[in-house]
Design a binder for this molecule. Sequence first.
Ligand code: AMP
Length: 285
Amino acid sequence: MMDIVRSVADLRGRVAGWRRAGLRVGLVPTMGALHRGHLSLVAAAREWGADRVVASVFVNPTQFGPNEDFARYPRQEEQDAALLEGAGCALLFSPTVAAMYPDGFATTVTVSGVADGLCGTVRPGHFAGVATVVTKLLLQALPDVAVFGEKDYQQLAVIRRFVRDLDIPVAVLGAPTLREADGLAMSSRNAYMTAEQRAVAPTLQRVLQLVADGLRAGGAASVLCAQATASLLAAGFGPVDYVEIRDADTLAPVETLDRPVRILAAARLGATRLIDNIGVSPSAG
Ligand code: AMP
């Protein structure tokens, strides 16, 4: 049976025992409401060589804006625990808000550069909330490897940046986005959508593919992104927060396909905010 621990002391005790036994430990941070995308991160940690995988489920209040979905974010710990156990997870860390942010908590990890622009513009304070909680989780669990999804590509870049900057001794592993059969990126927030919105949602991914085709054909980023925004609005999305093409590593803006790039988009469909991204590289020949 997979155990559930709620205190940092219990988490540390379990991980310390594994380390003494010479085992390598992986960490998969999540906010719960788990789907196959999350479970693929557990598998990726195992494939990396982690002997034991710890998943955390914590709906982190500090990464939600005042008008965002913190209160209605789905919480289903029992189901999540069963899924994690089935995926081969050894331990679930599910702390309370009070355990993570005790009275007097006054520290924030802020990242500049990669955290600016894109979601950083639309969700002020979001990446500081993410960076702070992930720093805490990494220092609490002290894993050998931590796995994050490319689904949240800017978040992954932010995490890579502060792990390097703060000399946190952990390998950061990015894992590919798992999608539904119609191409929609799996997300806990997909459950918010009506049937009608759900039918429109895969357009986001299709539009990204069209931008990729346009780039490969030599098109200019600004033109392709404007066309993509118009297509999303015509399909029923709105507002479109951004469609942008960035350097795959630095997230610096790029205008043509002269290096590996990432096409990233965020748009609202009714009350649901969807994000997605895909990579494109110049062809070798
Ligand atoms: P969340 O619970 O949404 O905070 O996500 C927890 C982790 O799962 C993050 O590293 C996400 O990038 C990752 N993740 C979310 N959706 C997917 C997906 N469709 N495929 C792969 N990883 C995902």
